[in-house]
Design a protein around this ligand. Structure first.
Ligand code: CTP
Length: 425
């Protein structure tokens, strides 16, 4: 495969050398296109020797073969690592002032960017907006790692390990053989992980969801032949599937809302397995919030209920599935809250599980009760997260088969036929 490896000017450029080796060892033809600033960190001879191609940053070389257009057109995959704040800004605004940005404008293949910068730069509203723009246009912008940065600081902004970048990028272009199985031809979109709402450059409101249950659902769906997209909210890169599943990374509830709403136009099955922050800070401060003598309240605003919106606007035949993570409290038990939530959300299926005190989150067994939109129990599933995923897919398949049997609508609030719990049982 023809891969373009774009390298922009950050100290993490040295890690792109290892990424180049990995891609070459996997048998790919890699053309490295650094920026001028990148060459201040790692010189052209290194890139040339390891890639086997001459290296330039300029659109004024190779003019006889119109290289600034050719490299993008020939590429089957473009990876930019590290992608600095400056590179993200130039790409988002469609600039073409060097060979890398010109190539990004001519590439029609999947493009993956692995950002690296200081945390303040990553959380700056300008960068946040540039990342959102790029994602909207279909670029896969990976979430950077959280860890030690160039100076004494640490936080989100560290370049992902070369192995994780290679895995995420190659997964996007993994060959997909003809699909067989009970979900062949079915387009499935699954959210996983937990959203994060920035408070300031170093803090966020978040939750403990690892994304494992959503990933298991994605894996089982792919095994059963579905065409699967995983919308991963802050999922540890090492957990992400490496082949056969498209991964789209998101950070905030707003990002997730945007992607899910977009995918709802074409998906056959939508699953909200992500733990979504219901509230976000009214504003993310541009600088670190300081400890003050007076206690300062954080003003919160409510985020949209994505599952409810997806269920309300579901198209005919589309199946919408949610999760309810409950602890139970004085006002009711886990199942009671689950039934109430099933009716409020209106999803075709709601998988209710007990969380907290070592249950539900992380690498632990899970058990769910699956309810329909009326709160009636249609199935249970328990065991590993793969076992639960298999049980949930069985229930989803039953709903889909039931739909195929039912002719005509019968007043389901979604505008599609009501799930028939006798068929489901
Ligand atoms: N969900 C969503 N959008 C939100 C909140 C939750 O799409 N703003 C989805 C979750 O992905 C999950 C389901 O709704 O599939 C239930 O999430 P949960 O956090 O259990 O419920 P909440 O809606 O937050 O309700 P409550 O706070 O009353 O528990």
């Amino acid at each position: 495969m023809h891969v373009v490896l774009g390298v922009s000017g950050g100290i993490a450029a040295y890690k792109a050398v290892l990424l180049l080796r990995l891609l070459r060892e996997a048998g790919h033809d890699v053309r490295v296109i650094p920026t001028d600033a990148a060459l201040r960190f790692v010189g052209a001879p290194t890139w040339e020797a390891l890639s086997g191609h001459a290296v330039t940053t300029s659109v004024f070389e190779g003019t006889e073969s119109v290289d600034h257009v050719r490299f993008g057109r020939e590429a089957e995959l473009v990876i930019v690592a590290p992608a600095t704040a400056d590179l993200l800004a130039r790409a988002a605004t469609g600039q073409a002032d060097d060979l890398l940005t010109a190539t990004l404008l001519t590439a029609s293949c999947p493009v993956v960017m692995a950002p690296a910068m200081h945390t303040e730069m990553w959380h700056h509203p300008a960068t946040v907006a540039n990342v959102a723009t790029l994602r909207e246009r279909g670029v896969t912008v990976l979430e950077p790692d959280d860890g030690r940065l160039t100076g004494t600081d640490s936080g989100p902004g560290r370049l992902l390990d070369p192995e994780a970048i290679a895995a995420a990028a190659l997964a996007l272009v993994a060959p997909r053989g003809p699909r067989t199985g009970s979900l062949a031809g079915v387009r499935v979109v699954i959210s996983a992980g937990g959203t994060r709402e920035p408070l300031d450059p170093v803090r966020f409101l978040g939750n403990r969801s690892s994304g494992r249950q959503g990933i298991a659902l994605a894996r089982v769906a792919a095994e059963r032949g579905a065409d699967v997209e995983l919308v991963a909210a802050n999922v540890e890169p090492a957990l992400l599937p490496t082949s056969g599943i498209t991964v789209t990374a998101v950070e905030t509830t707003a990002d997730l809302h945007h992607v899910m709403t977009d995918r709802a136009r074409t998906a056959d099955v939508l699953i909200m397995a992500a733990a979504v922050a219901d509230f976000r800070p009214a504003r993310a401060e541009g600088t670190k919030i300081k400890k003050r003598a007076d206690k300062t309240m954080i003003e919160l605003v409510q985020s949209p209920d994505i599952l409810r919106q997806l269920a309300t606007s579901a198209t005919d035949g589309q199946v919408v599935v949610g999760f309810a993570a409950e602890t139970g409290d004085d006002s009711g038990g886990v199942l009671e809250h689950g039934r109430d939530k099933a009716r409020r959300k209106g999803a075709d299926l709601l998988a209710v599980n007990r969380v907290g005190n070592g249950r539900g989150f992380g690498d632990v067994p899970n058990a769910v009760v699956i309810l329909d939109a009326t709160g009636a129990e249609v199935a249970t599933a328990e065991g590993s997260k793969d076992d639960v995923a298999a049980g949930l897919w069985d229930a989803i398949t039953t709903v889909r088969n039931g739909r195929a049997l039912v002719s005509g609508g019968d007043g389901h609030p979604n505008g599609h036929p009501a799930p028939d719990s006798t068929i489901l049982r």
